[in-house]
Design a protein around this ligand. Structure first.
Ligand code: ZN
Length: 368
């Protein structure tokens, strides 16, 4: 296999970097790939060589069709294998947001890849859902647009592997089916050869309202801020606590709520974050992929969230919690559970990682 092009994000969200590095780790077990090309999905024109810095969607929408007409050299045409990497791929929020309207499928897949398929394989790996926390996926049933899109996307792929059970339910509603495996971010450490280190500190992480969006759920932002302060205070009895901040706004917020909290931030440097998580003890986080990365190093994590992404941590035998359910008593339970598993979770997750890797390799081997 000469070139694999990956639909992902670039210098945008380290969670996406973790997932992608994990996919590359699994691919290395399946087939040698000489060249990896990245496409920043939020600006599809980055598929065109030389346009990597054109990261504005509006400009992308105007310029990409021009590059198509000009037949400019690009990463979709050059791909021997095309991969959609991780991220929510199915979401449907009436009057708010629909996965059918995403920015990348039409320009990259419908306009570039499918008309020029040449038997080339397209894999959707570690895609997930992004619904309200308690959703059962039924939103797709009444949204004909998303239902049709989910089926069309599935049919365009040679293989779909999902990372959470709700995504599977949504796919089922669209009349298709796929297996669920733990998110590939747990293999990123293998690809980059980063080993777990002795745990030195406890990690926390704060996002306003407990997640990226609220999706009109009734979430008390003030209550979650107070609970975050309580989590830090309770954890500090057990050792050094550091707030991992994936963005500078997260750091600002964490400091605003707990002024003396120690923070860690190296924007968009996923390898730095991996090394940071490798030397931690355990975590209570909003960022799902902070939880996944910690867990991959054998450090247990509790994920507090407000959307269905948080639920995928269950695939690692760890517990998610709805942000509105958090109170002092639940925080104590979380901390006790993490302390109890601090030194035993590593064996548990190694079993999960080993089984998941075999399953990914087996599934991908059947199509490439
Ligand atoms: Zn929809």
């Amino acid at each position: 296999m000469k070139t694999a092009s990956i639909i992902t994000t670039v210098r945008h969200n380290i969670g996406d970097d973790f997932v992608r590095e994990g996919i590359l780790s699994v691919l290395r077990d399946v087939a040698p790939i000489q060249q990896i090309e990245l496409i920043h999905k939020h600006s599809p024109v980055t598929a065109v060589y030389g346009q990597e810095n054109l990261r504005n969607l509006r400009i992308s929408r105007v310029s990409d069709p021009v590059f198509r007409v000009m037949r400019s050299k690009n990463r979709i045409t050059d791909a021997d294998l095309l991969i959609q990497s991780g991220a929510p791929v199915y979401w449907c929020h009436p009057n708010l947001a629909h996965c059918a309207n995403n920015e990348w499928f039409d320009p990259l897949i419908k306009k570039r890849f499918l008309p020029d398929r040449r038997g080339r394989k397209f894999l959707n790996i570690a895609g997930g859902s992004c619904q309200t926390y308690h959703s059962n996926g039924i939103e797709v049933e009444t949204c004909l647009k998303c239902k049709a899109y989910i089926a069309e996307f599935f049919d365009a792929c040679d293989l779909t592997l999902l990372r959470d059970d709700l995504a599977k339910k949504m796919l089922n509603i669209a009349g298709r089916d796929a297996d669920v495996l733990p998110c590939t971010s747990i293999f990123a450490r293998d690809y980059l050869n980063i080993a777990p280190k002795k745990g030195e500190y406890i990690v926390v992480n704060f996002m306003e309202n407990g997640g990226h969006y609220t999706f009109s759920q009734n979430i008390d932002a003030y209550k979650w801020r107070k609970n975050f302060a309580l989590i830090v205070q309770k954890l500090q009895r057990h050792g050094r606590v550091i707030a991992a901040c994936h963005t500078s706004s997260e750091e600002k917020l964490a400091k605003e709520i707990v002024p003396d909290v120690e923070t860690y931030i190296v924007p968009n440097e996923h390898v730095a974050f991996m090394n940071f998580y490798a030397a931690a003890r355990f975590a209570i986080v909003n960022r799902v992929h902070a939880g996944f990365m910690m867990a991959s190093f054998g450090k247990p994590a509790a994920v507090i969230g407000n959307d269905s992404r948080a639920l995928m941590i269950k695939n690692l035998n760890l517990l998610p919690h709805y942000v509105e359910d958090v109170d002092g008593a639940l925080i104590d339970i979380m901390i006790d559970d993490l302390l109890a598993r601090e030194h035993t979770y590593r064996d548990e997750v190694e079993e999960v990682r080993s089984k998941a890797r075999s399953a990914y390799v087996e599934k991908i081997s059947t199509v490439i």
